[in-house]
Ligand binder design. Structure first.
Ligand code: C2O
Ligand code: CU
Ligand code: CU
Length: 498
């Protein structure tokens, strides 16, 4: 293991003493954050009579994350991750997805309000050599969505190896509020992921009991595929669009200079107004938009702090000990401001109107209880955990539609977590509002549209939305835990809208 490799070890695999030494040598050498942040290229569609055509090719290659070490990876139009797809509300898109991998895969458009047959769930397998060409109109608020593999039982592994990218949607409303919009200059995407490496450079993805149960945790942080990088801030106001693209790690993002973060957006829209808070907790699949008001020559780091909400009452003293593996402090990215002229920029105080649905209009409250059967004694000693996790007592089956939602209806989904771990719960095909958490108002950062929400151990989170899009049994929508190891172990179900 090379020194530079060891510098980035953050995880529980190292002892406290080793970590202390690493951090010290890290600081002394002063060569940390030497990598410049990679920015995924923007992919604009080519105009055609039927809509804008976007070409995406899934391909295998190698990537150099650690100096001099080649890691076999997969990606879209490149060896790791994919381009940032850019579209505008109202656009008709044609996505031409070619699979040049030697394995079948699917591509799901996470956060998009599109018909289920274009959604890219486990039913829409693209065989090696095949092309899949979904076509749909963008009919939603400006937001940072994303796309990733959703292959039944293999999502965790394929996303880990690189099958993910961003999907940026603009509209007139968001363009007029005064937020930075120049991609790669003052509008910066940050895909945060954690990985473990084997000595030969390959990603380490063992499906041990522990990894499946707790979710995969890496000890090296990648931001857009760059290892603990820096970004040179060029303008006084910079917008950071953050995706937690990790399989299972929850981040509590904050600044190391003690300043607050200004949050302006959530998963599926901007917020109504900016919210300032010290830390931002982001579960896998969740997104947030931040606005940085930098002073000239200022430099600070975005850190991840220990997850303040550990396992709830149910997790205490259970067989696993500390149930939440999110207890480290480590840097994500260094931001270095250039020597620009600092002026009195105006920070927008009002952003957009976020759609809302009145609980009184809801025709049904559906209860979804997240279970981990393995926590019971019956699972002890089993080596294969597939099918051991579920929702409402059932593990995901492609052959079973879990329920039907009447088209056009407004429903409240009450997500109950009866397990000792937090779970990021995600619904396909819609954007929802968070109604409440254990009866209390949602977090200020959750005030925009969302499609993924963290549900802590022992908690009940209610969300509300309208189901407008039709989904037939042939191509159902999924709902699932976005901890990808949990999803692959069966904490997923499917519904149709009829
Ligand atoms: Cu981001 Cu069902 O997925
Ligand atoms: Cu999704
Ligand atoms: Cu989960």
């Amino acid at each position: 293991m090379s020194i530079s490799r060891r510098q980035f070890v953050i995880g529980s695999t190292a002892t406290a003493v080793a970590l202390f030494n690493l951090r010290r040598s890290f600081a002394q050498q002063g060569e940390q954050f030497s990598n410049e942040l990679k920015i995924p290229p923007l992919l604009e569609g080519k105009p055609s009579v039927n809509g804008k055509i976007y070409e995406l090719t899934m391909q295998a290659g190698t990537s150099e994350f650690l100096p001099g070490i080649a890691t076999p990876t997969i990606g879209f139009n490149g060896s790791y991750l994919g381009p940032t797809i850019h579209g505008r509300a109202g656009d008709q898109l044609i996505l031409r997805v070619r699979n040049l991998l030697s394995e079948p895969a699917t591509v799901h458009w996470h956060g998009l309000r599109i018909p289920a047959r274009f959604d890219g769930g486990p039913h829409q397998l693209i065989e090696p050599g095949a092309v899949w060409e979904p076509s749909f109109r963008i009919n939603q608020k400006a937001s940072l969505c994303w796309y990733h593999s959703h292959t039944m039982g293999r999502t965790g592994e394929q996303v880990l190896r690189g099958l993910a990218g961003l999907f940026l949607i603009d509209d007139d409303e968001s363009g007029s509020v005064g937020l930075p919009t120049e991609y790669g200059v003052d509008d910066i995407p940050l895909v945060i992921q954690d990985r473990r490496f084997q000595r030969d450079g390959r990603f380490d993805y063992p499906m041990s009991m522990h990894d499946t149960m707790m979710g995969y945790k890496g000890d090296v942080i990648l931001v857009n595929g760059s290892v603990t990088p820096h970004f040179n801030i060029l303008r006084q106001l910079t917008r950071l669009r953050v995706l937690n693209g990790s399989n299972s790690r929850i981040y509590s993002i904050g600044r190391d200079d003690g300043a607050d973060l200004m949050i302006v957006g959530s998963d599926g829209s901007l917020l109504e107004r900016p919210v300032s808070q010290r830390q931002l907790r982001l579960g896998p699949g969740e997104r947030a938009e931040l606005l940085i008001d930098a002073k000239a020559n200022q430099s600070f780091r975005l850190m991840s702090y220990p997850d303040s909400v550990h396992a709830g009452p149910m997790g205490r003293g259970m067989m696993m000990g500390t149930m939440s593996d999110n207890s480290e402090t480590f840097p994500l990215l260094e931001l270095r401001a250039a020597n620009f002229e600092t002026i009195n920029v105006s920070i927008p105080t009002k952003l957009i109107q976020v759609p809302n649905w009145l609980p009184a209009k809801s025709t049904l409250t559906r209860t979804l209880t997240l279970d981990m059967a393995m926590m019971g004694m019956g699972m002890m000693g089993r080596s294969n955990l597939s099918g051991s996790m579920g929702i409402n007592g059932r593990s995901m089956s492609k052959e079973r539609i879990d329920f039907e939602v009447p088209a056009g209806s407004i429903e409240i989904w009450e997500i109950r977590n009866s397990t000792p771990l937090p779970h990021p719960f995600h619904i396909h095909g819609i954007q929802f509002r968070v109604l409440d958490r254990d009866g209390a108002p949602p977090l200020p950062q959750e005030g925009g549209l969302k499609d993924t929400v963290l549900v802590d151990s022992g908690s009940v989170v209610r969300v509300i939305t309208e189901f407008t899009r039709a989904a037939s049994a042939e191509y159902a929508y999924m709902y699932h835990c976005h901890n990808l190891e949990h999803e692959d172990a069966g904490m997923m179900g499917q519904f149709v809208v009829v």
